[in-house]
Write a protein that binds this ligand. Structure first.
Ligand SMILES: [Zn+2]
Ligand SMILES: [Zn+2]
Ligand SMILES: [Zn+2]
Ligand SMILES: [Zn+2]
Length: 421
């Protein structure tokens, strides 16, 4: 097997993340003997000047509408934002408390997944990180309280991250690269998912029609109220998929009844351009309207600490070079995340070690608030909002019997939200 072969087989932009990884992994391998772990943390303790000069090219993620109905199917290994997850291991999904917000006990909603294989290890030939969040802002505010507690085993979270990885030869997918022509199929079906959210396992079945499946009583109730009450009595009319499209779809594709899911996008990536001039002062290309921008600028005044003012301005400046970015990927660049608010940065003690191997975690990517705009989340006082979500993953990307290994997210809120705590 040649990594190059697998890699060059497709010109699809979704392949690009993988291409980037391969090139840089050589460097990573060279450094394998060095005590990287300590270095990473030493750096993190340094003061903020360093952050402003961190100009290593990072990979930026942008959202695009999927080109085909099948573009985001799990056998194509895309990075996805919104809609439902494309589970990498489609059978051993997270269960129990892992699927729930620890505050309101509602099933978490799918935010995004990043396909980030590490080709220097057989076990991480396929590797995807999944991020889920409770859509309730009041839960995220409580989460903020708990994330500082430094008791990871007892932490209550409304944001959860899972890491799943598979070797090239596995029982779910072909060992050959996908052709991206609509003919790719997984080699095995996945678990049946909830008819309402399409996200979590549908282990509970409607006792009446015995067709609808649910992850939770909450989703059964939601489905019942939104129309299953009627469908359930006419099981033959239960809309699984319309007859004209069913033949084009893989067997497991099913209609998701919930209309609360966020719109689904493919995440494509490109390197951050070093030379690009900042557009901080002329927000022409910015997604956000001028009035929103004024609001963001006036946020500067709410920072009392000089460091926060500086970090907020530096954050805005850096982001405005590519104002549509929704994600910054760091594992290659080995650089630090851009913190919007310097006083709200975690120290190394705030990042719990890997629950599986006990090893250190490193920052892998950060999600930007631009994603809220694409999801159509409006700017109300109680609507979901964040300044950034930084995802930390096991540096070793360790193997474990647990198929979906829980990783860690650090969330920073904008000061106006944080003030309501
Ligand atoms: Zn919640
Ligand atoms: Zn559900
Ligand atoms: Zn039913
Ligand atoms: Zn680990």
């Amino acid at each position: 097997m040649s990594e190059g072969e697998y890699d060059n087989s497709s010109g699809d932009p979704s392949e690009k993340l993988r291409t980037l990884k391969i090139t840089s992994l050589d460097e990573e391998e060279d450094e394998e003997d060095a005590p990287m772990v300590d270095d990473v943390y030493e750096e993190e303790d340094d003061e903020e000047e360093e952050e402003e000069e961190g100009e290593e090219p990072v990979s930026l993620g942008f959202v695009e509408s999927p080109k085909h109905s099948w573009s985001l199917s799990r056998e194509l290994f895309a990075s996805v934002a919104g809609g439902t997850p494309a589970w990498l291991d489609p059978t051993s999904l997270p269960t129990g408390r892992s699927c729930l917000c620890d505050f309101c006990a509602q099933p978490l909603q799918f935010l995004l997944q990043v396909y980030a294989p590490l080709l220097h290890k057989e076990s991480t030939f396929h590797r995807t990180l999944f991020v889920f969040i409770c859509p309730s802002m009041s839960c995220l505010l409580k989460d903020q309280h708990d994330q500082w507690k430094r008791q990871p085993e007892k932490a209550f979270r409304s944001v959860k991250v899972f890491r799943c990885q598979l070797p090239r030869f596995n029982s779910f997918y072909s060992s050959e690269p996908p052709r991206h022509d609509g003919s790719d199929r997984p080699t095995r079906n996945g678990a049946i998912l909830c008819s309402w959210c399409g996200t979590w396992r549908g282990d509970k079945i409607c006792s009446n029609c015995r067709i609808a499946r649910y992850c939770s009583e909450k989703h059964q109730t939601a489905h019942w109220r939104s129309g299953h009450k009627i469908e359930c009595r006419q099981p033959y009319m239960a809309p699984v998929a319309s007859a004209s499209t069913i033949s084009d779809l893989p067997a497991e594709t099913q209609k998701v009844a919930s209309n609360h899911l966020w719109p689904q996008f493919e995440i494509v990536n490109e390197d951050e351009c070093r030379d690009k001039k900042s557009e901080y002062d002329g927000f022409d290309k910015s997604l956000v309207s001028q009035s929103q921008m004024d609001e963001v600028k006036s946020l500067l005044d709410t920072f009392e600490v000089g460091g926060d003012k500086r970090s907020w301005a530096a954050f805005q400046e850096r982001i405005s070079r590519e104002p549509e970015q929704i994600l910054r990927y760091y594992r290659l660049a080995k650089t630090k995340p851009l913190w919007p608010i310097s006083s709200g940065r975690p120290s190394k003690l705030d990042i719990p070690r890997c629950n599986c191997c006990g090893g250190p975690r490193a920052c892998e990517f950060q999600v930007l608030p631009q994603l809220l705009y694409y999801f159509g989340i409006e700017n109300h006082a109680d609507s979901l909002d964040w300044a950034t979500i930084v995802v930390y993953t096991c540096e070793a990307s360790c193997e474990n019997r647990v198929v979906y290994k829980e990783e860690f997210a650090w969330v920073q809120l904008l000061p106006q939200s944080a003030a309501t705590l």
